[in-house]
Structure formats: C-alpha cells, structure tokens
Ligand binder design. Sequence first.
Ligand SMILES: Cc1cc2nc3c(=O)[nH]c(=O)nc-3n(C[C@H](O)[C@H](O)[C@H](O)COP(=O)(O)OP(=O)(O)OC[C@H]3O[C@@H](n4cnc5c(N)ncnc54)[C@H](O)[C@@H]3O)c2cc1C
Length: 494
Amino acid sequence: MSKDAHCLPAGQRLPVIHPWEGDVLDCCHRFFSGPTPPPPAWPEAASEIADVVVVGAGLSGLAAAYQLRDLRVVVLEAGTQPGGVCLAGAYAGVPYPAGSAYCYYPWDEAWAAWYRELGLDVETAAVAPPASALWYRGAWYPDCYSEAGVRRLPLPPAAREGLLQLAADLAAWEDAWDPLGSRRLSRPELDRLTLADYLEKHRGLPPAATALFAPYCASCLGARPHQVSAWAALSFLISEFSVTARIIAFPEGNARLVQALTQALPHPPRLGQVVVGLKPGRDGVRILAADAAGREFTCLQAGAVILAAGKFAVRHLLGPGSGWEPQDFSHFRYSSYVVAALLGPLQVAAPGYENWVAEEEAFSDFILAPRKAPAGSSRAMVVYAPQPFPEGRQALLNRTPEAQAGAILAAAERLFPGVSRQVAEVRLYRFGHAQVVPYPGFLTALKLQGRPEPQRGRLILANADLEGLPCVEAAIVQGQKAARRAREVLKKSE
Ligand SMILES: Cc1cc2nc3c(=O)[nH]c(=O)nc-3n(C[C@H](O)[C@H](O)[C@H](O)COP(=O)(O)OP(=O)(O)OC[C@H]3O[C@@H](n4cnc5c(N)ncnc54)[C@H](O)[C@@H]3O)c2cc1C
C-alpha cells in the first residue's frame, strides 16, 4: 500500500491507495501474450470426464452452467473469484459494486421467473427515481434521460427541441426494436453510422448536444460518440428514455447475480484455472487447464465445451481442427476500464442513482453507496473511469495506482470541493478487456452476416461480446443460448 497521492494540497491527510485489483493479468498474459512458453505436453488421457466444460465464470458462463445444472458440468475460471466484471466490494460493512452495477427490471414473465428461481428479490432492488442525473456546466440535471429532464438542460432552443424529438422517436421505436438474442437489426442503416454522425448529420443536432452523450457512450459502450455504432447507442438509449423500463441494483451490484447463480450450481466454479488448450475430436473435446502459476496442468474430456470468455481470449484457444481460425475473431475490439472506490465518511450528495459527469476526462459517472447516509457514516463513491479507446489498455499496464488515484481524486475534488479530505482509502479495479466495443459495422457482421458462427462441432461460443452489446442481459441471453446448443450437441452424440 502507498500513502502517496500527487494531486492533493500540501499538508492534507493522504488516503491509503491500495494496489490494483480486478483482472489477474499474470496468469493469462503468461500464456497468451509476449514470448510464449513452449506449449505444455498433453497427457495421454484425461483425468476427468464431464458432459460440458464451461470456460469462464462470468455471467454468461454461469448462466450457461445454471441451465445445465442437471448434467456433469465443470466451470473453469482463470481469476481468483467468479463473476468476471461483476465484482463486489465492501468497506466498513458497506457493500458496493466494484464493477458491473445494475440491470433491468424483468421485462417479461420468462425473465421474472428466472430471477424468482434464483431467489433474487427484484422489487426491493428497484432503484428509486431519478435513476440518472447529469452534471453539466456546474449544476445537476436530474432525470436527464426523460422529456422533463431534457427540457431543463441549458441548451439553445433548437438543440433542446432536437433532443426532445429524439426522445419521442426512441419511445416510438421501443416496441418494435429487436430483442436481445435476435439475429436481426431493425434499422440496419443505423449500424453503418456513428452516433455523432447520426445526431449531427441526420438529425441536425449541434455537437454540444452530442457531447452530452459522451460520458454515457464511454461508460456503457467503451468509446466516444464518434466511434460507436448509432444502432448500438440508440438501443441503449431506448432503455434510458423509456417511460416503462426500470432498473434494479443490489447493494453489491451484479455480483449478487453471480452469487445466486454460483450457489445454485451443484459444484462451484474451479478458480485459478486458465484454459490454455482445446483439442476437439470425434468422441469429445479435450481441455487443458493450467493453475495460476502455470506449473500444474489438468486435462479434462467433455462432450461439449462452452467458451464463455471474451473472444480476445478465445481466439488463442482455437487452432487447426476447431473449425475457426484466430482471424475469425479479429473484428472484435475491446475497451479498458478502471473502477475506483473512494471510501470514507463522505459528505457528498448527488440526485441520481447513476450520476453522469459531462466535460470531465478522469471519469464518466459515479454512484454512491449508500445513496444517502447520515453525516459521518462510512460510504463509497464508486467512480467509473472508462479508458480512452483504443489506447487505454496499454496505458493501464504501466500506470501506477497512485497516478490513477491522483487523477480521480483531483476530478472528484473539482466536483465536490473538499471531498478528498474525507477519503480514507482508495481501491482500484482494472479491467484490460472490459467490454466489447460496438463500432459501426460490427453488429452487421455479427448478426446479419453471422460472423463468427456461434458453434462449430462440439465447441460453442458464449459471452456478452457475441451479442455485440456489453450488458448483463446480453451475457445471460448468450449463456442460455449456448446451454441449449450444448444439449443439442450431447443429444446428437448419444
Ligand atoms: C466496469 C464495468 C461496469 C459495467 N456495468 C454494467 C452495468 O451496470 N449494467 C450492465 O448491464 N452491464 C454492465 N457492464 C457490462 C456487463 O457487466 C458485462 O457485459 C457482462 O457482465 C459480461 O459477462 P460475460 O460473462 O460475457 O464476460 P466476463 O464478465 O468478461 O467473463 C468472462 C470470464 O472468462 C474468464 N476467462 C477468460 N479467459 C479464460 C481462460 N483462458 N480460462 C478460464 N477463464 C477465462 C475471465 O476471467 C472472466 O471471468 C459493465 C462492464 C464493466 C467492465
């Protein structure tokens, strides 16, 4: 731990800055980047037979394993805990999300039944309005993604009218928009444009209006409005501007879903197991996993394998005989992310559950845990700091926790003067390949051109990136689809 924070005025009590948490880089980089070690020798025979092996215990892998819980399923996870980007944090008894935070209130009976089965009480987790607020030109604008919120924004009348028209159109499109998991694009032409081009060239909005969506795009889609597909951004914004959609957020965020899924499995995911090789054959697939130190190897045999890791990792596992080539996945791009928990007796107030910050480089949004608290009680300000796409990942490897915390504390201080004096500790979580970036044309390739096919023989792809949209529902839908495919594969080979 270090007590060094560069941004703070001399004489000020310095917070404790913890070392990086989040991705466990060493074990994966040992096998998949840089000068690679000689490939480990495959044992003659597998030491264990399973019906299905799931690679990755993020939400997609866990959702798949949950659907297959009546079978012999082994979940192998490279990290030290399940959940992928859905991590939980706690400070002085206060839970907070250390990664993915909220999801949507079940929108139909199938989703509602899924939450019920898992014992998740969505009603108590429903977020009180306003769900969102925007910090813009020195003031808060609650409910910024609503007609009333847009009316309050200090914009020229033409820009405000343009945004109101956009909000009305989004509401009108809501019912006809393609659901997750669909292989259609309701308005494919929108995937050829960036959000910025769509707003400015097609709707005549000024760049100042586009800039209001910059923190949203960076946080939710991993890149800026001039880099992301208009279709992808509008899909997310339909939910934001919806008058019927509600969000739910457990105190520790989507880590609650991970916990519920994990507890419902007959066997917990095996942690610290990096899958480093796959050998598909006529009778099944052999899977080679290494421990975190890269010294001990385990070989399993399965009737089907669900690859629920991101394609940046999966492409290293698919060689000759898999049916795919590494270049089949080269069109997937990923953004990087830092989540910072500023911890202490914070006396800060913000109107929304999720608070967006325009015109700030160091972070895009934050939530407070708990949202309101008596003076002097322990709290977490969870700051989301998406890293500029595409260069962010390399920088994250080299940046010190002190430098990262210093930049975030300085920005928090601009927003809430005096807050850095109240911060006792900073915990930092980094995610190198945090989420897939839906750049223009990507969804067309995935959905309309079917690149890559989600299954080849006994190998089945999952992960939110296969939906092209980074959100928990995409991960769950893709996990469930992969589970259905695995059953079909097993049935055929009976
Ligand atoms: C900071 C952040 C905040 C977010 N907030 C929200 C939010 O509030 N709401 C929302 O809807 N969405 C949010 N998202 C997006 C959403 O949480 C993700 O899209 C979703 O959780 C991804 O789940 P997944 O299973 O597809 O992938 P992942 O979570 O990436 O899981 C993949 C797993 O595979 C493992 N793995 C990789 N390689 C190997 C290997 N070789 N062997 C074994 N295991 C391996 C990884 O360690 C990881 O655990 C957020 C994303 C981030 C990064």
